[in-house]
Design a protein around this ligand. Structure first.
Ligand code: ZN
Length: 124
């Protein structure tokens, strides 16, 4: 289960909307205990790049940071499935995909193995 702080989700939503119809990618920071993830912050990766078909960043430019749980990116097409490329460029432990209209009902989360995991916004 992944829980995202409400303010964090709002920020990601605004970013996805602003970049539409291009994809945008962010890094997710937070805490993990076992299979429970709590996302408390998102970061815009240095030199991130988003086009209509993909979003990426040069992972080697990042400092070693163990509080990075994974990434979130938008799929302006609305298809919430990870692409082959998404799975190959997986960074961290979890990957969130958000589609228009970028509401909580349009978020999917996956493990590195491509397995879907439940995600919810924490109202705080
Ligand atoms: Zn993707």
């Amino acid at each position: 289960m992944i829980r995202i702080d409400k303010e964090v989700f709002k920020g990601m939503k605004a970013l996805a909307e602003d970049n539409h119809p291009n994809e945008v990618i962010v890094l997710l920071r937070g805490k993990r205990s076992g299979d429970e993830y709590h996302i408390t912050e998102y970061l815009i990766p240095p030199f991130g790049f988003g086009s209509k078909r993909s979003a990426s960043f040069p992972a080697h430019m990042l400092p070693m940071d163990f509080s990075i749980l994974g990434t979130a990116h938008s799929h302006p097409s609305g298809n919430l499935n990870p692409s082959t490329r998404d799975l190959h460029s997986f960074y961290g432990r979890i990957m969130l995909i958000i589609g228009p209209p970028y509401s909580m009902d349009n978020v999917a989360a996956y493990t590195k193995q491509g397995k879907s995991i439940p995600v919810q916004v924490k109202s705080n």
